[in-house]
Design a protein around this ligand. Structure first.
Ligand code: TXA
Ligand code: MG
Length: 320
């Protein structure tokens, strides 16, 4: 059973035509690449591929699946990924390219992989300003998911050396374009019918956003507007979910793992990267199966299995 991938050689290449061509090849092959944005170095991967996104999580060693930001280089590309309301368009016009991330409804037919959004119907989108990330977006010709390029629990990297110190042996390539200008992650806002909520403070202030939007920006701590569970919410199936299932009971759809086969499997070979890649699609499929309940086979609590189990426990938790 493969938990963590074996160590690989991490190469650092100076930003330029060759480095971008090599990075784009790796992205197309489903591998993550560290590259600068104007905020921090990001660990970029193909946002349309669940398995490419699973490799980002595996490299970071994240114990849970937080939804990731999808990076695009044009407004047209943003509109393929997310629904851009008039307010979102006004904010994009004012602050893109730049360090503003908007959480928006997924566009119909959005190509973004379910693992990127943790199965949510919304997606975080940003158009970065840094030429290195923009060059990679254009060369790879697809949206790129990119969390900060550091191992889980360590601080965000603002130089290629920070990235290498944190992810050496876990990723194939760091594209070095010197220190990043901003040094802190983008401002994140949720732009919905109910208003604009600040989800993460960053380089662009709530006042600047409110001025362009012509409406206030509500702090996410405020209990005035927050829809129940919205901020913390992650995809949860509508049917009861039973964990650690070693067999299918009456009326259940069983999601297997390893030797436990079930109606569908996260990974018949017990591969945790493959299992992570399939997780949200498997839950959606189970939900749509028409069976009364869902059961999931045990997944080992190690490596990416920690993140898979974290998400499964949340999905199985009682809801109001
Ligand atoms: O500056 C940045 O934003 C950097 C650079 C690399 O672009 N990226 C970054 O990405 O910080 P990341 O993936 O670490 O930020 C993800 C955060 C999540 O923790 C969550 O707070 C928010 O974005 N987020 C993403 N999708 C969301 C969604 N659908 N609903 C609510 N929050 C979401
Ligand atoms: Mg981070």
């Amino acid at each position: 059973m493969s938990q963590q991938n074996p160590p690989i050689e991490t190469e650092t290449c100076r930003y330029g035509t060759d480095a971008i061509a090599r990075a784009a090849d790796l992205i197309r092959a489903g591998d993550p690449v560290a590259i600068a944005t104007e905020t921090v170095y990001g660990l970029a991967g193909d946002a349309t591929s669940d398995s490419a996104v699973a490799r980002i999580y595996a490299a970071k060693g994240r114990p849970s699946f937080n939804p990731l930001i999808v990076h695009v280089s044009t407004l047209e590309a943003a509109a393929v990924v997310a629904e851009l309301s008039p307010v979102a368009l006004a904010l994009a016009d004012a602050f893109w390219p730049g360090p503003l991330t908007m959480v928006l409804p997924l566009a119909p037919g959005s190509p973004v992989a379910p693992l990127v959004t943790a199965g949510l119907p919304t997606v975080a989108v940003r158009m970065p300003a840094h030429p290195a990330m923009r060059a990679l977006l254009e060369a790879a010709d697809r949206p790129l998911a990119a969390p900060s390029a550091n191992a889980s629990g360590s601080i965000s990297p603002t130089t290629a050396a920070h990235v290498a110190a944190s992810l050496n042996g876990r990723i194939p390539l760091v594209v070095d374009s010197g220190p990043t200008a901003r040094g802190i992650e983008s401002t994140i806002i949720a732009v919905g019918d109910e208003g604009i909520r600040l989800l993460r403070p960053g380089p662009i202030s709530p006042d600047e956003i409110a001025e362009v939007a012509g409406r206030p920006v509500i702090a996410s701590g405020s209990d005035r507007i927050e829809a129940p569970g919205q901020l913390a919410s992650h995809y949860a199936p509508s049917r009861p979910l039973r964990l650690e299932a070693t067999e299918r009971r009456d009326g259940e759809w069983l999601i297997g793992f390893g030797a436990i086969l079930g109606d569908a499997t996260l990974s018949a070979s017990g591969d945790l990267v493959e299992a992570a890649a399939r997780l949200f699609a498997a839950l959606h499929e189970a939900d749509a199966s028409g069976r009364a309940a869902i059961a999931v086979a045990p997944v080992p609590d190690e490596g990416l299995g920690l993140a898979i189990n974290d998400r499964l426990h949340r999905a199985a938790a009682p809801r109001d």
